[in-house]
Design a binder for this molecule. Structure first.
Ligand code: NAD
Ligand code: IPM
Ligand code: MN
Length: 350
């Protein structure tokens, strides 16, 4: 493609800081491509002003783009859940982002809290394929007798054969395309017997289509152990929406921190634009200080460019980010948003 129409949702907190930086990097890397962006005023400010989270008009506008770049949503001044559910999750659901792709690679220059003995075992390079449209996120629940000693609260996890199968097949295909060809299902079928066995049976069935892929299973509690003691055992991990959310913050922490972790909310059928965002949130504790690490958003831009068929530009972003990271002095103070951005732009020749 020679042009790219991007819907931008900078959002709240550090969202505008990291997205602003990422757009500079994107434009520098995608030379020769006409990049058009449409800012969508969504998040806390909009909600305070109008009471709206995401209108049908906003959604229709976003749908008209090739892809979405999102910063983060969520603000201490808005009741928890209003923006997370009404904006972010609504986008993922409406745009059918059933593959929430979260790569974890320990890059040179990243500081990992893993012990030297664990690091010595070899490179850490895996990807979590997190289901993005089902599970306990769907809002199938409610509360009775709220505020009384007899309050009952439920959030029922929804797992459909259709939803599980499509994400499992996508994960198998990704595993088949990687050198190690290994897929680990993470669930908790010793307790969550209904959903867990649906996932287990689905993996067993789809496995027939991918005879070269080795399949492994871990209960989610044990998976957290191995993420810290033996992360090299993972290649592709497939799991449900909530387990995937939790595991990918841990995965980010062990591979250099949440400031480096990228993600793509992918609609593999391309019936709607996919959406790329850092794994982290709006970080209200550091917002407005210019200290947020934009690297996670840069790497999300690389995933975006790859998805829209601009693989060369994606490679340029990836190479520049990896180089800039390797140059960081681990002993020095963490560089701010501007310094990280300038280092990457310099490597892009901008
Ligand atoms: P968070 O990811 O915003 O912050 C967790 C910790 O990581 C904080 O100490 C923060 O300062 C640090 N951090 C995050 N991003 C960083 C970066 N780029 N550079 C350096 N440090 C960084 O998670 P939280 O505190 O649990 O949530 C804050 C708000 O963000 C909540 O409203 C939550 O719902 C929302 N949230 C949104 C998304 C999203 O939009 N995708 C993701 C997670 C959380
Ligand atoms: C993430 C976030 C979101 C999630 C929240 C903010 C809805 O934690 O993108 O990881 O749970 O998916
Ligand atoms: Mn999360």
């Amino acid at each position: 493609p020679t042009s790219l129409d991007l819907a931008v949702v900078a959002g709240d907190g550090i969202g505008p800081e990291v997205v602003g930086a990422a757009l500079e990097v994107l434009r520098a890397a995608a030379e020769g491509v006409e990049v058009r962006t449409t800012d969508h005023d969504l998040g806390a400010a909009r909600w305070h002003r109008t009471g709206e989270t995401l209108t049908d008009e906003d959604l229709a506008s976003i749908r008209r783009h090739d892809a979405v770049l999102l910063g983060a949503v969520g603000d201490p001044g808005v009741p928890s859940g209003v923006l997370e559910r009404g904006l972010l999750l609504r986008l993922r659901f409406e745009l059918d982002h059933y593959v929430n792709l979260r790569p974890s690679v320990l890059l040179p220059g990243a500081t990992s809290p893993l012990s030297p003995a664990v690091l010595d075992r070899g490179p850490v390079d895996f990807v979590v394929v997190r289901e993005g449209t089902e599970g306990p996120y769907v809002g199938n629940g409610g509360a009775l007798r709220v505020g009384t000693p007899h309050e009952i609260a439920t959030e029922v996890s929804v797992n459909t054969a259709f939803g599980v199968e499509r994400v499992v097949r996508d994960a198998f295909a990704r595993a088949a395309a990687r050198p190690r060809q290994k897929l680990t299902l993470v669930h908790k079928h010793n307790v969550l017997v209904h959903a867990g066995h649906l996932w287990r049976r689905t993996v067993e069935a789809v496995q027939q289509e991918f005879p070269d892929v080795t399949v492994d299973y871990l209960h989610v509690d044990a998976a957290t152990i191995f993420l810290v003691t033996d992360p090299q055992r993972f290649d592709v991990v497939v799991t449900d929406n909530l387990f995937g959310d939790i595991l990918t913050d841990l995965a980010a922490a062990v591979t250099g921190g949440i400031g480096l972790a990228a993600s793509g909310n992918v609609n593999p059928d391309r019936t709607a634009p996919s959406m790329f965002e850092p794994v982290h949130g709006s970080a209200p504790d550091i917002a407005g200080q210019g200290v947020a690490d934009p690297t996670a958003t840069f790497l999300s831009v690389a995933l975006l460019l790859e998805h829209v068929g601009l693989g060369e530009a994606a490679g340029r972003v990836q190479t520049a980010v990896v180089g800039a990271l390797a140059d960081r002095d681990p002993a020095a103070a963490r560089p701010g948003t501007r310094a990280v951005t300038d280092a990457v732009l310099a490597r892009l020749g901008a």
